[in-house]
Design a protein around this ligand. Structure first.
Ligand code: PLP
Length: 595
């Protein structure tokens, strides 16, 4: 079921002859070292350190119940993140799939390595479905990154969903457990011998209190670790680090005490935060931080900075609109924070929520989660359909089938959250809801008269106006068409339709790959139903841009409603003609052999 690790590794890495250091080549006992051009004076750091950190690994192996050969130590866990990408992903060819929002370094490392990074939005409650992630993978997906407990959302990812991914996915699954020490859930380390395709990351930067030391751990099969060892800088961990971490490992009990204190402070902090009027929501956390939703995260962030308190502003992160990420500090530090918040937000408390909802604090016990949701629901109602997500770039879950011409596109921006699913070879079944009645009616025409199955579920900032919802729906629909058409092999490419009811409308289409719009129709009324007529041309402009199609539209007639409807109907019929596929023809519909 899994691919052999050696098949997943990049060719050049498999063939790589690693640098062989002086300390590598000599094995045995010696008292005179004249092999490495070192200074003989004992400083005592004049000698190169052990490149494989064997003494330190022996100790970590005992602590974590793994074999030393299943461990790679890096300069922070950021090093194995980067190395995993370099070992498995061919730049510009392979890709990585990750949940979103999550730890930012995965994307940065992918970008540096010029490897495509595909992000799949978590559900609104920050849970995830294995199917959504798997749908974003293809034959070139080498790595899936999962962070559990996740940063910045704080929650654990569901174990059975991770198991599904480990079982179904043929590539490597990286599970980042930077925060596992603060969680009641057990580590995936116990599964190392059961899944050959797993890499577990842990770090000394959080619970162990050694962020400035820069030491992280990757655990995996001996084969995967051998590739890490081949690719890493020979002396990546200096001797000071090796010695210091080795020494600190003697104080495991102190780490346990710290963790117990921080977990209890986490509950205490949540309990206090929820009484503050500005706190709208505290997400359940299995980590040493709380994600807290407030009405204006930017303003509050600055107000705290003015008081010398710095938290992490996650307002611009997908699904984290209005959120601050607050690290749990000492009791005294948390008090300073709470006092500052009380000062900023006045003295009014929300005790009533605690009474009604049994809400005590955000932690991972089922009972308090229930309470938390009660507190949450009260505030969700206030949100008025605004999607808690801010990212101007496209956030998409895209699923394209090789033979089936289907596509799913999810497009989320600050203003809108659009879900589109279409099947070019459907039967004209539609399920449309955008909140704009007449727009629904027009989109319905597209599905019904083109013969494709079309689902459009758009939630937008209609309390401002219809603009974003219509525009973003057009973009998402265009993207879905483009995805569903795939290689475009065997399609007709051109479509033309001229229906004549009481209006004369013509729509010509070319799916040749170039976006161009000619729109020759005017409307005399400002609105038809609840839809501004100026948005009709805008819709087609966005659609043709996103679908990369040439659209030529003309319409004449008196009745505005029929004219608009006629254009959409004609568009649908043209699409039907242009996407028609000859199953026996595998040619690109172009004389030049490319589109
Ligand atoms: C903090 C953190 C790390 C640790 O990074 P280091 O390089 O080991 O300091 C790794 N992953 C996540 C998700 C983190 O939040």
């Amino acid at each position: 079921m899994y691919m052999e690790i050696s098949e997943l590794v990049r060719d050049n890495i498999r063939r790589l002859k690693p640098y062989s250091s002086a300390r590598n080549e000599f094995k045995g006992e010696a008292s005179v070292f004249l092999d490495a051009n070192e200074n003989p004076m004992n400083t005592p750091y004049n000698r190169y350190p052990d490149p494989l950190q064997q003494s330190l690994k022996a100790k970590i192996a005992a602590l974590k119940h793994v074999r030393p050969a299943q461990i790679m130590l890096g300069v922070g866990s950021d090093e194995p993140i980067d190395l995993a990408i370099r070992i498995f992903c061919e730049p510009t060819h392979d890709n990585i799939v990750a949940i979103e929002p999550t730890y930012g370094m995965y994307r940065v490392c992918a970008d540096i390595n010029n490897v495509e990074y595909r992000q799949v939005l978590l559900n609104q409650d920050y849970t995830f479905n294995a199917e959504h992630l798997l749908a974003a993978t293809d034959a070139h997906t080498k790595l899936i990154f999962l962070c559990s407990p996740n940063n910045p959302t704080g929650n654990l990812l569901r174990r059975n969903e991770i198991t599904k991914i480990l079982t179904v996915f043929k590539g490597i699954v990286v599970i980042d457990e930077a925060y596992i020490d603060f969680s009641s859930e057990k580590s995936w380390l116990t599964e190392l011998d059961n899944f050959p395709n797993i890499i577990v990351l842990q770090t000394f930067s959080k619970a162990w209190g050694m962020a400035s030391v820069r030491c992280g751990m990757a655990f995996a099969s001996e084969e995967i670790i051998s590739y890490f060892n081949k690719v890493k800088y020979p002396y990546n961990l200096n001797l000071l680090t090796q010695n210091f971490v080795n020494e600190q490992l003697n104080y495991e009990n102190r780490t346990r005490e710290w963790v117990a204190m921080l977990v209890s402070q986490r509950s205490e902090l949540a309990k206090q935060l929820v009484t503050l009027p500005m706190v709208e929501k505290i997400y359940p956390s299995d980590a040493n931080f709380l994600l807290v939703k407030v009405p204006d995260a930017n303003v509050l962030y600055n107000q705290l900075v003015e008081r010398g308190i710095v938290v992490r502003n996650r307002n611009n992160i997908s699904l984290c609109l209005g959120c601050l990420r607050i690290t749990v500090g000492t009791k005294a530090e948390n008090e300073v924070l709470l006092n500052a918040l009380r000062e900023i937000g006045g003295v009014e408390t929300r005790d009533h929520l605690m009474d009604e909802g049994n809400f005590t604090a955000a932690d991972n016990s089922a009972e308090t989660q229930k309470g938390n949701n009660l507190a949450t629901d009260a505030f969700d109602e206030k949100q008025n359909g605004v999607i808690a997500c801010e990212d101007q770039s496209l956030e998409k879950i895209v699923k394209t089938f090789a033979d089936e011409r289907k596509a799913i596109v999810r497009r989320t921006t600050k203003e809108t959250d659009i879900f589109i699913s279409l099947d070019l070879d459907g039967t004209g079944k539609t399920d449309i809801s955008t909140g704009i009645g007449f727009f629904d009616h027009l989109l319905d025409q597209i599905g019904r008269h083109s013969g494709m199955d079309l689902t459009v579920n758009a939630k937008g900032d209609l309390y401002i106006d219809e603009h974003h919802t219509i525009e973003d729906t057009a973009i998402a629909l265009g993207e879905a068409l483009l995805k569903a058409l795939g290689s475009k092999r065997g399609i007709e490419r051109y479509g033309f339709c001229l229906p004549m009811d009481d209006c004369l409308c013509s729509v010509a289409i070319d799916f040749g790959g170039r976006a161009w719009l000619v729109f020759d129709a005017s409307f005399n009324r400002e609105k038809i139903g609840d839809m501004p007529t100026e948005m009709i041309m805008h819709f087609f402009k966005s659609l043709s841009d996103a679908a990369k199609m040439n659209l030529n539209i003309k319409a004449e007639g008196e009745n505005e409603h029929h004219k608009a409807e006629g254009i959409f109907k004609a568009l649908a019929r043209s699409i039907k003609m242009a996407v028609k596929r000859d199953p026996n023809n595998n040619e690109l519909p172009s004389t030049k052999g490319l589109l």
